[in-house]
Design a protein around this ligand. Sequence first.
Ligand code: AMP
Ligand code: MG
Length: 410
Amino acid sequence: MSEFFNVLPPNKALQVLLDRLDHQVEREAIPTHQALGRVTAEDITASEDLPRFPRSTMDGYSVRSSDTFGASEGMPAYLDVVGEVPMGKSPRVDLSAGQAAGAFTGGMLARGADAVVIVENTQTVDDSTIEVLRPAASGENVVQIGEDVRSGDPVLPTGHVIRAPDIGGLLALGITKVLVSKRPRVAIVSTGDELVSPGVDPGPGQIRDINTYTISALVDKAGGLPKSVAVVHDDYEAQRAAAIDGLNQGDILVFSAGSSVSSRDMTASVIASLGSPGVLVHGISLKPGKPTIVALVERKPAFGLPGNPVSASVVFDLLIRPTIYALSGCMSPPEPPSVQARLLRDIPSLAGREDYVQVRLIHSEDELTAEPVFGKSNLIYTLVRADGAVKVPLDKGGLYAGEEVKVRML
Ligand code: AMP
Ligand code: MG
């Protein structure tokens, strides 16, 4: 078997690719309420004020603040209640000095009012009179016009990944359509003589294809459109034909397995045959995931992932996920959720290599601990049983039991 030359750390390998990307982001307008996780393809600006009218933030009474100055429990201000402003309606009442009108949370203020006295600071004297027990400053308990957003304010920049509250914020302004980048299409080719479809009972030496499906799921989660192009044997011509198909159908090509350097591993030579510049990186300083290929074929990113499903998913996270976001116009993808936990056991590693070790989280009474799920490299259930992964950085020889670690959640 030959050796890996010029092994790069994962982030450097990614940078080599990103530096050479020359991709025109394609855009499409979609309904805002369907835009969760999509990447904005334009700067979005407010074209109106929010709120459009002064709103009460509490239940109580619209008042003229000057009528309440000096009010106290010992010397309340007496106000005439001249009506109320119903929700969803404009005020019909006009306050003169000494008057108040019922106000509801989120409703408009009465005309002439500049503050709201909360109901707890009043006492009902009779049907049409209240005592105000505390002064209200001008603007108290009121959201002013444009206090949330002003017309003309930037709302979301280009390249922003839309979250649930963003959908609310856009719709509040009447922005019912957004221009987003098209989801990058990711063509997946799985290779290996041993693979059968999951619905098939494997014969001797055969295994069910996992990667086609886990990679598809990861693509989907990263905002891409997965497309399984083919499952092919370790046969150069068949793989080359599938790769060409994949490049035609996708913006990114992902090859599963055969990414190492033995005579059975053809991904590198298949990718190299497709166009220039071809293979940029072969081998990264990562465990699991060393036999990884990063390539660019006629401006389309192509990856060779190790067949080991655990390696494939670790490499996906480090290289393919950010590439999908980059093709969507987002250069800093949202960090996967993570938690801090105390490590329960030593994790050995080697300096000069980045390690990702799956861990299970254990919630005990007053702390969160992380227990490594060790296992031989080809065990999908090390992932299934894990909640997340701990990274041992490149420059460290391992992590010690008792250390606080960051767990990247699966
Ligand atoms: P390779 O990268 O071809 O050396 O494969 C490494 C290991 O991953 C081997 O044990 C393969 O059987 C396994 N493997 C390859 N492709 C898949 C797949 N699609 N699903 C599950 N395991 C796979
Ligand atoms: Mg193989």
